[in-house]
Design a protein around this ligand. Sequence first.
Ligand SMILES: [Zn+2]
Ligand SMILES: [Zn+2]
Length: 394
Amino acid sequence: MKVILDEARALSEEITAWRRSLHEIPELGLETPKTAAFIVQELKKMGAEDIREKVGGWGVTALVKGALPGKTLAVRADCDALPIKEETGLPFASKNGLMHACGHDAHTAMALGAAKLLLARKSELAGTVKFIFQPAEENVLGAKAMIDDGALENPAVDALIGLHTGCLWKDIGFGEIGVRYGSLMAAVDRFIITFKGKGGHGATPHLAVDPVTMTSTAVLELQTILSRELSPLDPAVLTIGRIEGGRAFNIIAESCTIEGTVRTLSPATRAFVEERIRAIASRVAEGMRGEAEVKYEAGPPALINDTEFTKKFQVFAAGVAGADKVKEISEPTMGGEDVAFFLEKVPGTFFVHGSCNPDKGQVYPHHNPKFDIDEDALPLGSALFAGFALTWQK
Ligand SMILES: [Zn+2]
Ligand SMILES: [Zn+2]
């Protein structure tokens, strides 16, 4: 299947041009109308079928229908940018105060490249390939919105593949591919707890109920969920990033609020930590004559790669990129990715595509105003999407 890489390389100018065009028009979150219009325009030009616009907002889906019967594989590319003022100095740098500082411009360009490669090989394609161009990955709202609007239906998607480019994993260098079996990224939840007491004078605490004391106790107690209740071999993070209460040195506040995030790698641990946060918060408050109001907002679930599908992909990728270029990622990260909403519904794999080239000065991390990737890595991403779509059912 190495030939698909040659075909992708022949398209490299076009894939690079798409990436640069997208790079110049970064948009945020769910509001990606220009990006969507560009994607639709290019899909129409190349002859993609059944192009659906405004899927869950500004999401776009399109099909490449193979001549042979078979299942439906989805290729997912996110396409949103970040509120960062670009400092790369590139000739195609954005000028609107926003920036593709995570490489989602490249994801979209590589998926467009794969669509074009597959359209040229429809006669040998079994089944259908559905391209999903998703806004709002950074604020984790896009995948769910698209799924709720039917992105995985008509035709029903049987499996899904996606990638993240750049230098998120230090072990996956330029031109290398990282795969992982099982959990790759964490579930990302948010909680807000308001401790309610009874305000009063700082000189007469016995006449008041102090929510700041409740909060202080709870901040420490909540960490014991991880240190005393979970197995030390079961990774979880609980971070309280905001604490707010009180207005003056001599007033006992009415209430005090904390806000934090929970990161877990398994559904069971996720449910357990939520239950224990609720219990500890309310019992600490009750024990001090107050009340706790707990809001727990579930974000994307843990990103779990299907073992069998990932194995197939790893073997395939090694055939295209070379076995020495395809590495197994040894550790998951407690960061999140909303592709997990798709992979919760259908099996698949999300792989890592190394594209920062230190020899070209690409040493800046994701979300940095100087973040950049080496466009020479783009054809490999397109080739992997397209080539795998041609072979995964065999
Ligand atoms: Zn990002
Ligand atoms: Zn990203």
